[in-house]
Design a binder for this molecule. Structure first.
Ligand code: SF4
Length: 393
């Protein structure tokens, strides 16, 4: 979670944080509804995100100075685990490649506070991760770091990033070129999009209309799986449950025609069931939190999940087992495995760019996964088509 989210959630919920703006534009009522929900402690995912953003800000100057020991000290002091430290360093690597493309007068700002006050929208407030101003090329580059491992995020038409950009650029627009980038190392996403001054102005006009609509007492509800997913009000929102009820009715209507259904019906069924599954997940998460907080829910309880046995004290266990001499070859008690390519890269970051090392690595095609066609990954290639692709490699 970024500082901007903390401020909009806890200090002034009347502010529009760029991270929540796409939802407000899609469902204007979500602005009012979210304010009625008391905020609990942030999740462990959000805390990790905050920590890694902080890690990037603190480590950048040592990265530039190539001071490895200071970088290690930052990670240690912040208790950032090695895998996450690699993600932070991947962000540093990417920013470095961007700076190389800039002129000598380029400047970089981290965690820059922005508002859209100069555009007439003072209640939009946020913090931009990385802002590179490149006056020699009349352009601004803006980066946003994502450390989540679940939902992939892309730069194109990204409301959050465009809002930061509008705040950084200000009105009137005096720059010629803009580039917005999402860096999401855990999912290996390095996505960028170009934006023209005209597109930026049109975007801010859209935001202004969306904010005006959101402030009205009768702001409309526009539920959808994507929009409601991260809405704070999702567990108490009537519109969302109504959507789920209507979707469930449609599921039964299609299911009643089984097996005489078309592929179009199947596509719709999968879409509906995915939405209903999200409603169920949110409801279960809410019930889980309710019981953990001490309120009983009739017919439901929490139990300990499956756990795996482990040594109470590994050193003691080793001493005892070796002392008993029940194993002919004590080597049987230990395993040693050759590390993976990504572990080699973690041990020595230079390997990532070593062409000889890269020749040793292959990436098999993963198992096919069913996703919506809005997913930006290439379609899975099957059978004969796959053979053709591999012949071309
Ligand atoms: S749960 Fe969905 S429909 Fe309800 S306010 Fe939030 S975004 Fe809008």
């Amino acid at each position: 979670m970024k500082l901007e989210k903390l401020i909009s959630d806890f200090l002034d919920p009347g502010l529009f944080a760029p991270s929540g703006l796409s939802r407000v534009l899609a469902c204007p009522a979500s602005f009012r509804e979210s304010q009625t929900v008391p905020r609990g402690p942030s999740s462990s995912f959000a805390q990790r995100g905050t920590l890694l953003h902080e890690g990037f800000t603190m480590v950048w100057e040592f990265y530039v100075a190539r001071n490895e020991s200071k970088m290690a000290e930052v990670f240690k002091n912040l208790s950032i685990v090695p895998e996450d430290a690699q993600h932070v360093l991947s962000c540093c690597d990417y920013v470095k490649t961007q700076l190389i493309t800039c002129g000598p007068r380029a400047t970089i700002d981290l965690e820059q506070h922005i508002t859209l006050a100069s555009w007439g929208l003072p209640d939009v407030w946020g913090m931009a991760d990385v802002v590179i101003k490149d006056p020699d090329n009349h352009r601004i580059i803006m980066d946003d770091h994502k450390f989540g491992q679940g939902v992939p995020v892309y730069a194109e038409e990204n409301v959050q990033l465009l809002t930061y950009l509008a705040g950084v650029v200000g009105f009137p627009v005096e720059w010629d070129e803009f580039e917005i980038c999402i860096i999401q190392p855990p999912l290996n996403i390095y996505s960028s999009a170009r934006v023209t001054p005209e597109e930026l102005k049109n975007f801010v006009n859209k935001v202004a209309l969306g904010i005006e609509a959101a402030k009205k007492p009768d702001a409309p509800y526009v539920p959808s799986e994507d929009t409601c997913r991260f809405c704070a009000a999702k567990n108490k929102c009537r519109a969302r449950y109504d959507m789920a009820v209507n979707e469930a009715k449609e599921v039964f209507s299609i299911a009643s025609r089984m097996p005489e259904v078309t592929v179009k019906d199947k596509a719709r069924l999968a879409e509906l069931l995915t939405d209903i599954e999200q409603v169920k997940k949110a409801l279960f998460a809410d019930m889980h939190a309710t019981i953990l907080n001490g309120t009983a829910i009739p017919g439901w309880k929490l139990v300990a999940g499956r756990s795996i046995r482990k040594w109470a004290d590994e050193g003691n266990a080793m001493k005892w087992i070796l002392g008993e001499k029940v194993f002919k070859d004590p080597e049987d008690l230990f395993t040693k495995k050759f590390v993976s390519p990504s572990q080699v890269e973690k041990l020595n970051r230079k390997m990532k760019k070593d062409p000889e090392f890269m020749k040793l690595v292959i990436k098999p095609v993963g198992n096919p996964q069913l996703v919506r066609d809005s997913d930006k990954r290439d379609s899975y290639v099957t059978g004969a088509e796959a053979d053709d692709v591999f012949k071309k490699l």
